[in-house]
Every structure is written in C-alpha cells, then in structure tokens.
Design a binder for this molecule. Structure first.
Ligand code: PEP
Length: 259
C-alpha cells in the first residue's frame, strides 16, 4: 500500500454557489485526468451538492468541514454524517482548531463524530495540534498524544485502514502566515506515525496519511513535502483561488507517493 499525497482545501465560510462552481470548473481543467495527488475540497454545507455535481468526471473529491455524531434528531443547526453522504460528500474534517476553540468542541465530542464517520465510511480528516503556549512549554508531543488517544479511542484497525487521514495543524500556524518549519512539522508527523504503530500496528502506521496544515502556500510547501512523513497539506487561505491551490497540488506531485 502506498501513501498517495493529499492536498485538501478548507474553504471555511467562503464562496457562493456561482463562485464555487466557477472554481471547480477552473481547477478541473488544470487537473485534467491526473490523479497522482488526491485533491480534496472541504466546502460549506450548502455547496456540497453543486460542487459534487461540478466535480463529476474529474479527480476532485468534495467533502464537509464538520458534522454531528447523532444519526438524526432535535439538534437545530446541525448536520448528520448520513446527510453529508446524501449530498455527495466523501470525507469530513473533524476537530478543526476553529471548532475546538470557537465552538468549544472537546476531544470527547470529536471522538463520537470520528466513530460515526468511520461507521458511515465517510473518510474523516482528524485535526490535531498544539497552541503556541503548549509548544513553548514543550508540551507538543503530550498534546498530540492526548488528542490522538481520546479521538481514536476504541477505533478498530479495520475501520481506520484506508479510511482515516490525520492533519497536524499547530494552532499558532493557522491563518497567521507563520508556517511551521519542515523540521518542526516532520517531528510532529513522526511522533503521530509512531503513535499509530504503538497503538494499532505497522500497516496502519504505513498506510494512514498525515498531512500538515497551517499557512501553507505555493512558496513554502516544497520544503514541507520533502519530508518523508508529510503526506500532503490541509490548506485554508491558499485554497480559495484555483490557480494558487493548483500550484500546491503540483508541488505535491513532485513528491510522489511513499511506498
Ligand atoms: C486550515 O483552515 O485548516 C488552515 C490551515 O488555514 P490556513 O492555511 O489559512 O492557515
């Protein structure tokens, strides 16, 4: 099994349907039939269906930025995983630091969402990462360990094999223009892979892709992609323009798959 790089865009709360469809059309032309890199776009809920329809026939994969863990119920304003699948989503970002910090999501809640997404075979991109204060206190590894242990508690090898991506996103790097150095990111990614080896097995450690997020752009991604444990990127701001986003895809293509 080889780890094909993933470049995933996170559009956050941006774009109308017209803008989104124009973006997909432009990106699809740039990508052509190429599938050396998995290209994911996490779009707002309202854009999942139109984007999935526009992306048909291309290798662009559409997903969501969040979900609730319940199957259905009285949860005003929330969306269930089955509804995301119904709209055409193939993956979902869970535990993004903006969900953790602004909406007070805990590891326990994220764990329930991960379990549900795995059950539905809606590929979760689980986000983890330390704050600046935690990094300065040399707590990075212990924070990652806690987030991984709590969010993946009880997950079976079968459920996560080929059906989980981890995004290491240091909180201090998200939306700040302050990207982690390739060495910092590589250290965190290696830590996560070792954790997977110790808590699951060697196959899982080799198969699960670990991508970096935090102020990635076309100028700084090359250095990150040269590190063997960095399997791609989760990109916020630089995913909003198709040509800029595609430059990151091109860099990931140079890196190729890790076998
Ligand atoms: C993100 O939203 O996950 C992200 C990494 O944002 P940015 O690339 O803008 O830092």
């Amino acid at each position: 099994m080889s780890r094909r790089p993933i470049v995933a865009g996170n559009w956050k709360m941006y774009k109308t349907t017209t803008e989104a469809v124009a973006f997909i059309d432009e990106l699809a032309k740039l990508v052509g039939k190429d599938d050396d890199v998995a290209i994911y776009l996490a779009v707002p809920f309202t854009l999942i269906k139109p984007c999935s329809e526009s992306a048909k026939g291309s290798s662009i994969v559409i997903g969501a930025q969040n979900m609730h863990d319940a199957t259905e119920g009285a949860f005003t304003g929330e969306v269930a995983g089955s509804m995301l699948l119904d709209a055409g989503a193939k993956f979902v970002i869970l535990g993004h630091s903006e969900r953790r910090n602004i909406f007070k999501e805990t590891n326990a809640f994220i764990h329930k969402k991960v379990q549900r997404a795995l059950e539905l075979k809606l590929h979760p991109i689980l986000c983890i990462g330390e704050t600046l204060e935690e990094r300065n206190d040399e707590q990075t590894h212990s924070v990652l360990q806690e987030q991984l242990s709590e969010c993946l508690k009880g997950a079976s090898v079968d459920a996560i094999n080929n059906n989980l991506t981890i995004a290491y996103e240091p909180v201090w790097a998200i939306g700040t223009g302050q990207v982690a150095t390739p060495e910092m990111a590589d250290d965190a990614h290696r830590f996560c892979r070792d954790w997977l080896r110790q808590n699951f097995n060697e196959d899982i450690a080799q198969n699960v892709r670990i991508i970096y997020g935090g102020s990635v752009n076309s100028s700084n991604c090359n250095g990150l992609f040269q590190k063997g444990d960095i399997d791609g990127a989760l990109v916020g701001g630089a995913s909003l323009q198709a040509d800029k986003f595609y430059q990151i895809v091109e860099s990931a293509k140079q890196r190729g798959s890790v076998v």
